[in-house]
Design a protein around this ligand. Sequence first.
Ligand code: F6P
Length: 335
Amino acid sequence: MESKSIGVLTGGGDCPGLNAAIRAVTKTAIVRGYRVFGFRDGLSGLMEEDYEELDMSKTSGIIDRGGTILGTTGIDPASIEDYAPEGARLFEKLNMKALIIIGGNTTLTIASRLYDKGLPIVGIPKTIDNDVVGTDFSIGFHTAVEIATNALDRLRSTAESHNRVMMLEVMGRDSGWIATYAGLANGADAILIPEIPVDVDNLCDMLVHRFGTGKRFSVVVVAEGARIGGASYKEGGKLGGVSRALEAMIQEHTGLESRTTLLGHVQRGGTPIAYDRILATTYGVKAIDLIDGGQFGHMAALQGSQVKAVPLAEAADVLKMVDLDVFRIAEIFFG
Ligand code: F6P
């Protein structure tokens, strides 16, 4: 009997650490006697049967490489709603025991639906947003925090030189995890996140008070999904730009010179830090363990110091919002 195979794909926004996960999945699977098929460009590659066999050489030397060697795309969940029967035929054609789907909220929700319809699916959580329920951290988050923290550190020195309010707008979609962690690491004077309505008057009062105490500069980190008066901000149809609105409000309310930087996709690019390489590797090995154990419909997840199996259904259709206990720690150091 030909050896069983395992499929793997990366879906949704890319992030540092994806290649470390692909490497771990491939090497562990081959050592355990599986063939590995990598589907290109996420779930669209699965539906189009666009795949290549992965082996040790193709996944050698990629642990530190940003992005994903398989490519990725986001798809409309409706476009894959009736895919299961076709998928079953593909799995049989390739002798596939299971498919590993590496993704964030939307992709893992689709993974959960495909499992519910009978396909043997295992998930790995990745997204710089860290908003996947059931796992403490998703692949890519800590690297994005490192990048954002470095940017805040740099903005602090120029803010101090010019006696300015410097704002950094970071990604995170509808959660404020990157802003909270990077702000905590930098010692930001304010952190604005979707989980807490922005109080512009309170922010301006803090900035003016800080200037009055001799600290004639401030650093503020703003999550792109932060809301003013209940409204989030978009530019060109994409979430973002709230910090530009705040820059004008601060200048008008306080007279303080303000500048803002939108960090954007820099947070998604480049080499993963060691933490994400390790997290991705442990998730990749766990995914093969789940397949060997027949534990489909689950994803690898970090809870405390343990890598566990969490039902995909737990991560579907829900966002993990910021743990406000962490935010409250950062808040001690505001102003
Ligand atoms: O989900 C990851 C993420 O980077 C979000 O933080 C951000 O809002 C979004 O993707 C950007 O999407 P795109 O890459 O399609 O512009």
